[in-house]
Design a protein around this ligand. Sequence first.
Ligand code: HEC
Length: 116
Amino acid sequence: MRLNLPGQIATVSLVFACAVTVAFASPKPSASAGQKVLEANHCTMCHSLKGVGGKIGPDLAGVGSRRKPDWIAKQIEDPKSHNAKSIMPSFAQLSKREREDLVAYLSTLKEVPASR
Ligand code: HEC
């Protein structure tokens, strides 16, 4: 076997560069990015959030307490999987990243215990 050091170094550097790119291109789902995805996709046409928005769908306040992240992800991708007659459109056309961010955001909307 012929030793091809420059070639090996180049290969190792390339693999490293790819790994770094992947690490930076797909950081953890971000709730703040998810809030922007929600705004950009007019979810509040049907859902209210913090007192603003439509009444066609349920208020999203506290949805993070009512629903598991997987359930929310499924609702966004395929609302008819939970309710065959759902009028909520599927948002499966969003990128995986955008849907993950949305789920991260909605999961932060916890039920606030009623104050006494
Ligand atoms: C055309 C109206 C409409 C739009 C737009 C819409 N939804 Fe919905 N959504 C509904 C309705 C109606 C329901 C009630 C359950 C069902 O019928 O699917 C619902 C249910 C949900 C639920 C479950 C809430 C719960 O407490 O059970 C989540 C989460 C949700 N929608 C998220 C979203 C997100 C995120 C968006 C934007 C990307 C969005 N929806 C856009 C109508 C809509």
